[in-house]
Design a protein around this ligand. Structure first.
Ligand code: NAD
Ligand code: USQ
Length: 393
């Protein structure tokens, strides 16, 4: 298959590009490298020393013998995107290329607008470009479990059958997302569903949970292939952050009560899920939604597991409840399903103590690159708007 990966220089995209290339697919990456620029602007850095795109691709060619083509372009630039599709003639497009941090989208108005513009315009451009250039290609789009929020009913995979006043219909599952970032994902899903209905596009929306881990078998083949490991207060996700905190023997930062329940998966399962979605494409006009996760944990439960493993390793990293910078439910009902990917053959890597220990060791090995100041999470969901303050003084 010819596969174009938008956002293929990022965490999930890089691992996926190598996974698919290793399996004989003809892979091309389209990425604006904006994520590396955002890191620079915010003064944060991945714990692992990721190499330039050129060095990464050279290393991959030398260990695998496979070439991955790289196109530097921005999905918000329609002409660049359309040209990339025309030149690569993909059978499938995997779309990871978005601003993916909830805290980033809540920094201030400017970052919220930047997130919305980047994600919504990029997604809309992609739909038009596919309609124009490769209407039969399969779109595999990364959505998020956070689109659904934390409703007091079981979360289905994308759709729910509702009976109302004696009538019944199968409708998109109601969404109550928790950040401006998550809201863009809801808009993407609506746009894609519309394009499937109106233009007959084939699409799979993968509502992914929080991803953890660094290595996949391919990224571990050479140091120059190493993937990112974000631990900072903006891009770092919960489990990765807890493991870095444990390696530093700092308290594990559980926001509020820690009863926030979320879905999780190992990066090795992310790449496999994409492969499964590609192997059995959606039909023309079909909009499929798969919930892409393997396990469900409460945040406090996760921190306690990291604490227990760290203690066995001789590290003193207590669990600490800190004031929650976000506005979210801290104790709630949560139930959902991931049947569709399991039925396609997903065999999950479940989180065990060995995986936690490896993550803590990875953090400890890279200890000299850890900047403790980056760990603090200072983006508050309900902070007074900065421009309002500026206008008042
Ligand atoms: P990332 O920031 O590591 O990678 C995103 C990549 O997309 C970067 O290389 C960036 O430069 C590129 N990009 C961003 N905007 C672009 C644009 N307009 N044009 C071209 N390239 C652009 O993020 P990630 O963690 O790999 O996440 C990938 C996708 O998966 C995102 O859509 C995210 O919402 C989704 N997702 C991630 C997680 C997670 O835990 N990491 C969980 C659920 C869903
Ligand atoms: N949390 C803590 N302590 C921390 C960091 C986070 O308690 O130090 C809590 C948060 O308050 C939240 C939960 O952990 O309740 C998850 O936060 P997170 O930062 O790990 O993940 P989130 O902001 O939800 O975003 C991440 C990815 C995003 C993806 C999403 C999947 O950055 O791209 O869409 O996970 S989901 O959560 O299913 O929406």
């Amino acid at each position: 298959m010819r596969v174009l990966i938008i956002g293929g220089d990022g965490y999930c995209g890089w691992a996926t590009a190598l996974h698919l290339s290793a399996r004989g697919h003809e892979v091309a990456i389209f990425d604006s490298l904006i994520r590396r620029e955002w890191d620079r602007q915010l003064g944060v850095a991945t714990l692992t020393r990721i190499r330039s795109v050129d060095d990464r691709l050279r290393a991959w060619r030398s260990v695998s013998g496979n070439a991955i083509r790289f196109v530097c372009g921005d999905a918000t630039d329609y002409d660049a995107l359309r040209l990339a599709l025309a030149e690569t003639r993909p059978d499938a497009v995997v779309h990871f290329g978005q601003q993916r941090s909830a805290p980033f989208s809540m920094i201030d108005r400017k970052r919220a607008v930047e997130t919305l513009t980047n994600n919504t315009v990029g997604n809309l451009n992609l739909l038009w470009a596919m309609h124009e250039v490769c209407p039969d290609a399969h779109l595999v789009k990364l959505g998020t479990m956070g689109e659904y929020g934390t409703p007091n009913i079981e979360i289905e995979e994308g759709f729910i059958t509702i009976e109302h006043k004696g009538r019944s219909d199968r409708l998109p599952f109601p969404k109550t997302p928790g950040s401006f970032y998550h809201l863009t994902k809801v808009a993407d899903s609506d746009q894609i569903y519309f394009a499937c209905r109106v233009w007959g596009l084939r699409a799979t929306d993968l509502n992914q949970g929080v991803v953890y881990g660094v290595d996949t078998p391919e990224t571990a083949l050479a140091p120059a292939l190493v993937n990112r490991f974000d631990y900072d207060g903006i891009f770092g996700t919960a489990l990765n952050r807890f493991c870095v905190q444990a390696a530093l023997e700092r308290p594990l930062s559980v926001y509020g009560k820690g009863g926030q329940t979320r879905t999780f998966l190992d990066i090795r399962d992310t790449v496999r899920c994409i492969e499964l979605a590609l192997d059995t494409p959606a039909a023309a006009g079909e909009f499929r939604v798969f919930n892409q996760f393997t396990e469900i944990f409460g945040v406090l439960e996760l921190a306690e597991r990291v604490h227990a493993v760290a203690s066995r390793m001789g590290l003193d990293a207590p669990v600490r409840h800190v004031q929650n910078p976000r506005v979210e439910k801290e104790a709630h009902y949560y139930s959902t399903t991931n049947e569709r990917l399991l039925s396609l053959g997903l065999r999950p890597h479940l989180l065990d103590d060995d995986i936690l220990e490896r993550l803590i060791v990875t953090a400890a090995v890279n200890r000299r690159r850890i900047d403790p100041a980056q760990i603090d999470a200072d983006v508050k969901w309900n902070a007074p708007a900065r421009e309002t303050i500026a206008a008042a003084v």
